[in-house]
Design a protein around this ligand. Structure first.
Ligand code: SAH
Length: 335
């Protein structure tokens, strides 16, 4: 097992069978996390990139079985920020020192590409990198958003197991989600993806496929989070995903894609009180604090008790851990 970790650390390559062996073996965890931490330091350094997350609408046309803002959750209190509000949050974030703004929402088609273009153009005058996370759109729409100035796009594949994907996403099309990711790449977006860990019936084999898919896509960012049940969804009685397993999937991703950006996800912090820092010591180099705050943060309830984070406390803790906040925009530097 140690040899496998060593191979991954040096060659950045593993077969599906080797990944499954690692995921299945608990004795190897500490070696695996240490190797991922070493590779992270070697390829992307000790700096942590902070991305300001603006959750600008929780309206959603999709019905993802795990997600609290799914269309059929009639109890979700819906909100939609106006252009001026979004820009104000972006300005505030820039004043705090953030170098990247992430605009995330449900799949809300009220935000036309025209309206989004106006917002993107204004935010881009603030000298920041801009990431969109708004779900599936056509190639033409992605192109308009890219031309407007958006730099990056986050779209998790969620799972590469087609059968599981289709069970989890009624009426959604797995092939289209994949196509969206390749379209984003083709258009020159820094492309982020990722998966959920702990979906019902998800196997270690399919998690290994997820990691190999990230490599095949040559993803620039990968976010991995444990599934957390939301009480107003069909998966309300399913136990949350394992923190350790999510951390292992993340660590192996770091070994195989050594130079990408990997966030310590909010979902990890939500199920483990020190999850964010454990992740930062196991391969992660990014944190994405929510800046929409209070009311909106609560209403963007993809899962309950989403961990919040205070900017100055985070900066202080990062420094204590020997990890300074980066002053750069934090694009992927291909190694
Ligand atoms: N509409 C956008 C943004 C979705 S929210 C899109 O389709 O990309 C961002 C991420 O939250 C999702 O990609 C999903 O992986 C995660 N998420 C949603 N519900 C969750 C839950 N119950 N537990 C853990 N993560 C969840």
């Amino acid at each position: 097992m140690r040899k496998l970790v060593e191979k991954a650390r040096i060659q950045h390559h593993l077969t599906k069978e080797e990944i499954v062996l690692l995921l299945n073996n608990a004795d190897i965890n500490d070696d695996l996390f240490k190797a991922a931490d070493d590779v992270r330091r070697e390829f992307v350094g000790d700096e942590v990139h902070l991305r300001a997350l603006i959750e600008f609408s929780n309206y959603c046309r999709c019905n993802c079985k795990y997600c609290g803002i799914r269309a059929e959750n009639k109890l979700a209190e819906r909100y939609r920020l106006k252009r001026e509000e979004i820009i104000n949050y972006a300005r505030k974030a820039v004043d705090f020192g953030y170098k990247t703004i992430v605009m995330q929402s449900g799949e809300d088609l009220t935000f036309s590409t025209e309206y989004l273009t106006q917002i993107i153009r204004e935010i881009k005058t603030l000298n920041v990198a801009l990431t969109l996370s708004i779900g599936e759109r056509s190639y033409e729409e992605y192109k308009i958003l890219k031309d407007a100035g958006a730099d990056r796009f986050l779209l998790r594949i969620e799972t590469t197991d087609k059968i599981l994907y289709e069970k989890m996403h009624p009426k959604s099309d797995f092939e289209n989600r994949k196509k969206c990711l390749y379209n984003l790449k083709k258009l020159g977006f820094e492309t982020g993806s990722g998966c959920l860990v702990g979906l019902p019936e998800q196997t270690l084999e399919s998690l290994a496929d997820d990691i190999l898919f990230f490599k095949e896509l040559d993803a620039d960012m990968i976010g991995i989070g444990p599934f957390i049940p939301h009480p107003q969804t069909p998966l309300k009685d399913v136990p949350h995903g394992s923190f350790e397993l999510a951390l292992k999937v993340m660590a192996i991703t770091r070994l195989l894609l050594p130079d990408i950006n990997i966030p310590a996800t909010t979902a990890m912090e939500t199920i483990n009180p020190n999850g964010r820092f454990i992740a930062l010591k196991s391969g992660a180099n990014v944190v994405m604090p929510n800046v929409t705050g209070g009311d909106y943060c609560e209403k963007y309830e993809i899962y309950p008790n989403k961990a919040a984070v205070d900017y100055s406390e985070l900066t202080r803790k990062l420094q204590e851990a020997g990890r300074n906040v980066s002053q750069e925009k934090g694009f992927r530097k291909k190694g």
